[in-house]
Design a protein around this ligand. Structure first.
Ligand SMILES: [Zn+2]
Length: 325
């Protein structure tokens, strides 16, 4: 029995939200994480990434209803909250680390954006402030009018309102990088108001914690060095991101015969995949929402579900992803 399908699930923040400093951060509450694990252990076989790599390489079938748990961005939640629970249940998690955050004690722009949003009481105020910033830089950066950006970017998705999506897209991608940075830092200082290094040390795991997880059977993988949109870089820059990310993994003691990649924002392209092949990467995790099928998918383009796609109640009925997984 068995097949070639695996339900790969992606997690980000996992914390006891109501007792945390930012209860409105878009994260998975600890109690729901536990319920979801109960659900997964009831209906699925949680596999290790080594099992998945072995199946890909030898074309061996996977257990029926295989699931793989992945955690992006190296949050302290993954050490404090997730790791002890997985360890006690003898389940492996795969954790993807943007090395810069840990080596340089910086905060990723994408995380600054999350905590700015979690710190404002009303999103309209934030949009107004953002428009004011655009007004200030319009000439220097030859920006279009504010309404142009809002029309273009403000499209609600299954997770966020249109205002939140506008704010995220504008500052994650739309504006020139140097301007994005200026505006994000300004708003981070105004709304969050905590020193970046101190905030980084509170938000992410440190080297010792990562090494401890490896020594206890967890998998640590490459998530780029700077957490860039890798599909928007030159080949040379892509290579640099991969090498620097791998140097960090080596320093942590990762078995480089089985190194794996998770693409920041799910963004990759052909030239990146060629580089991964050259360095003998075993697999690449994307973010398109599908069940992975290793008899059909390219090993560098494995889709993942989000935690929100899976029930968070152990008593829940199975959903459509179970039926096709
Ligand atoms: Zn990420």
């Amino acid at each position: 029995m068995g097949n070639y399908k695996v339900t790969i699930i992606m997690y980000h923040y996992v914390r006891d939200l109501k007792n945390s400093r930012y209860p409105s951060i878009k994260g998975l509450d600890l109690s729901l994480f536990i319920e979801q694990l109960n659900y997964l252990q009831k209906y699925y076989n949680v596999i290790t990434i080594e099992q998945l790599i072995y199946s890909i390489e030898s074309k061996a079938k996977l257990p029926l209803k295989s699931a793989l748990l992945t955690f992006d961005d190296a949050y302290i939640d993954h050490f404090n909250t997730v790791f002890p629970i997985l360890y006690n249940r003898k389940i492996q998690g795969s954790f993807y680390v943007p090395a810069k955050t840990i080596l340089n004690h910086l905060v990723l722009d994408v995380n600054k954006i999350h905590f700015i949003i979690a710190s404002v009481s009303d999103i309209a105020t934030l949009i107004k402030k953002t428009f004011n910033e655009l007004n200030k830089y319009r000439k220097e950066y030859q920006l279009k009018i504010n309404e142009f950006y809002f029309e273009k970017l403000a499209i609600a998705n299954r997770m966020d309102s249109k205002e939140i999506i506008f704010f995220k897209r504008l500052l994650q991608k739309e504006l020139p990088e140097s301007l994005r940075k200026k505006i994000i830092d300004k708003l981070f200082e105004e709304f969050v108001g905590i020193d970046e290094e101190a905030f980084s040390r509170e938000l992410y795991m440190n080297k010792e914690q990562i090494m401890c997880m490896i020594q206890n059977g967890m998998h640590i993988g490459n998530h780029g060095f700077d957490h860039y949109w890798l599909n928007s870089l030159t080949e040379e820059k892509q290579r640099e991101e991969i090498i620097k990310g791998n140097n960090f993994l080596k320093e942590m003691g990762v078995n480089m015969n089985n190194w794996t990649m998770s693409y920041p924002y799910g963004a990759y392209n052909k030239s990146l995949i060629n580089i991964l092949k050259e360095y003998n990467c075993k697999l690449g995790l994307a973010t398109n929402v599908e069940i992975a099928d290793i008899s059909k998918n390219n090993r560098f383009e494995l889709p993942r579900l989000d935690t929100n796609d899976i029930p968070k109640e152990s008593k829940s009925e199975v959903n459509r992803w179970y039926a096709i997984g």
